[in-house]
Design a protein around this ligand. Structure first.
Ligand code: PLP
Length: 352
């Protein structure tokens, strides 16, 4: 009889919030949909694909469009089937079985998930009480434990907090581990290390089209690093990891830089508005303990009533993310932001 091994036996498939909720503010997606002229460009590009051929293994056109949009060299860029796939490839290839992967807590859960799957040893560094990264503890732990890879998001999902470039540089130069810096949300802040990847031989930066670029459906992510690391990732990834359709349409999107810049501004404005509304709400009621200062497109809140509020929002067809004693609310359209606030006001009267 065939039996599953212990590693996979107790795993359960990923389940995003399912159900038809009117307002979806649970996955940090963009609320902006593509304009008709870009959709037309996409249709044209898709019309020219040779469907009988395998995709370009190095996604050259896509990587060039990304590099041009961000003002870096395409030679430093590797495309992935979402940055999620790249995290998997990196954790699987830059760590050998039993070697140590350092993650901070709380942070994006995929680092740990792939780490465990690849039989790395996970070393956790808790965030400070204010949820900021404890850079000194991280550096100290990395050297004491002989850590080989460090993964963290900046700005952080879920805390929404950012670490300044100065502190990130200090981490990179103080450790001998590979630093995987996930800048999925850096389009909403201005402390990117993208221009400095060649300066450090232990820096690997991750970007995605799933958030500010509003292209989550196409599954496009990028790894940016100096030559030796880039060559290693290209060697370790599966050859045809990004399909031809995503390569073509991603290049179209990334060549529309004024549009992307505009999206970024609109989303930042929406987050500021949501943040202001939530801050005002916090002053009026006793429902929230802390509203964190966001560097992202979502607002993170500490509250003893997280579960209750989450469920009562769902009853009103509003989906947000609940993570133990916290709520993470993605900024949406003006109407969506207002809908959450109206719902929160009602809920506060019910449960206070
Ligand atoms: C959303 C997100 C990503 C993006 O993943 P994709 O696979 O590119 O969609 C990566 N890192 C963090 C921290 C995220 O929140």
């Amino acid at each position: 009889m065939y039996t599953l091994n212990d590693k996979i036996k107790f795993m359960t498939p990923y389940e995003p919030i399912s159900g038809d909720y009117q307002t979806r503010l649970d996955a940090n997606e963009s609320f902006l949909t593509l304009p008709e002229d870009i959709k037309a460009q996409i249709q044209q590009a898709v019309g020219k694909i040779d469907y009988n051929r395998y995709p370009d293994p190095y996604a050259k056109k896509l990587c060039k469009a990304f590099a041009d949009a961000y003002g870096i060299s395409p030679e430093l860029v590797t495309a992935g089937n979402g940055s999620d796939e790249l995290i998997s490839v990196i954790v699987n290839s830059f760590l050998q079985k039993g070697e140590r992967l350092l993650v901070t807590e709380p942070d994006f859960s995929m680092y740990r998930f792939y780490g465990e799957l690849s039989e790395a040893q996970i070393v956790k560094v808790p965030k400070k009480d204010d949820l900021s990264i404890d850079a000194d503890a991280l550096i100290e732990t990395a050297s004491r434990e002989g850590v080989r890879v460090i993964c963290f998001s900046n700005p952080c999902n879920p805390t929404s907090l950012g670490l300044t470039r100065g502190t990130v540089r200090k981490i990179i130069t103080s450790v001998s581990a590979l630093v995987v810096l996930d800048e999925a949300y850096m389009d909403f802040w201005e402390q990117s290390m993208l221009g400095e990847t060649e300066k450090y031989d232990n820096l690997l930066l991750l970007k995605t089209c799933s958030k500010a670029a509003g292209f989550a459906a196409a599954r496009i992510g990028f790894a940016v690093a100096g030559k030796p690391i880039t060559t290693a990732i290209r060697a370790a990834k599966s050859p045809y990891n990004v399909n031809s359709i995503s390569q073509e349409i991603g290049a179209v999107l990334l060549n529309n830089t004024p549009y992307l810049e505009n999206c970024r501004k609109i989303m930042i404005k929406s987050r500021r508005e949501l943040e202001e509304k939530i801050n005002r709400f916090q002053e009026e009621t006793a429902l929230f303990d802390t509203v964190y200062e966001s560097c992202t497109n979502f607002v993170f809140i500490r509250t003893g009533k997280a579960r209750q509020i989450y469920e009562k929002l769902l009853e009103r067809s509003i989906a947000v993310r609940q993570i133990s004693g916290y709520l993470r609310i993605t900024a949406g359209t003006e109407q969506e932001n207002q809908a959450v606030l109206n719902a929160l006001r009602e809920i506060s009267r019910e449960i206070e």
